[in-house]
Ligand binder design. Structure first.
Ligand code: ZN
Length: 127
């Protein structure tokens, strides 16, 4: 992949990351701020993974789900940025084939080609 293309993907990833961080922060405020009665002390120290926080509130569960999705996405973006750094970006992690540009443009943080993704989803479906 050309350096100019990598730069372009890097830009998209960073922009995406920025947006996602803002969203996740906002949702965390929503989830923690409004019903912070079971949070002790400094909210900025509340761990992000709140699986063991008592939730009888559907909205809050939903928000926490969204936060967790957002965090997974963030992780994927960071990994993609690493792959740009070590020049493996654009290759499928499973089979090593090149991921199609259309796929990378739509989802710059994907790590699998469409075939491997499909296989993975099939596997997940069976479980
Ligand atoms: Zn593959």
């Amino acid at each position: 992949m050309k350096a100019s293309e990598l730069t372009q993907y890097k830009k998209s990833l960073l922009a995406l990351r920025q947006k996602l961080v803002e969203n996740v922060n906002f949702m965390e405020d929503e989830a923690l701020g409004k019903s912070g009665q079971d949070a002790s002390g400094d909210l900025s120290n509340v761990p992000i993974h709140m699986a063991d926080v008592g939730t009888d509130n559907y909205d809050r569960d939903l928000t926490i789900g969204l936060i967790q999705n957002g965090e997974e996405e963030l992780r994927a973006i960071d990994e993609a940025l690493e792959r740009i750094g070590n020049k493996t970006f654009g290759s499928c992690e499973e089979c090593g084939k090149k991921v199609s540009k259309a796929r990378l443009t739509a989802l710059p943080y994907v790590k699998n080609c469409i075939e491997c993704q499909r296989l993975e989803e099939e596997e997940a479906g069976k479980a």
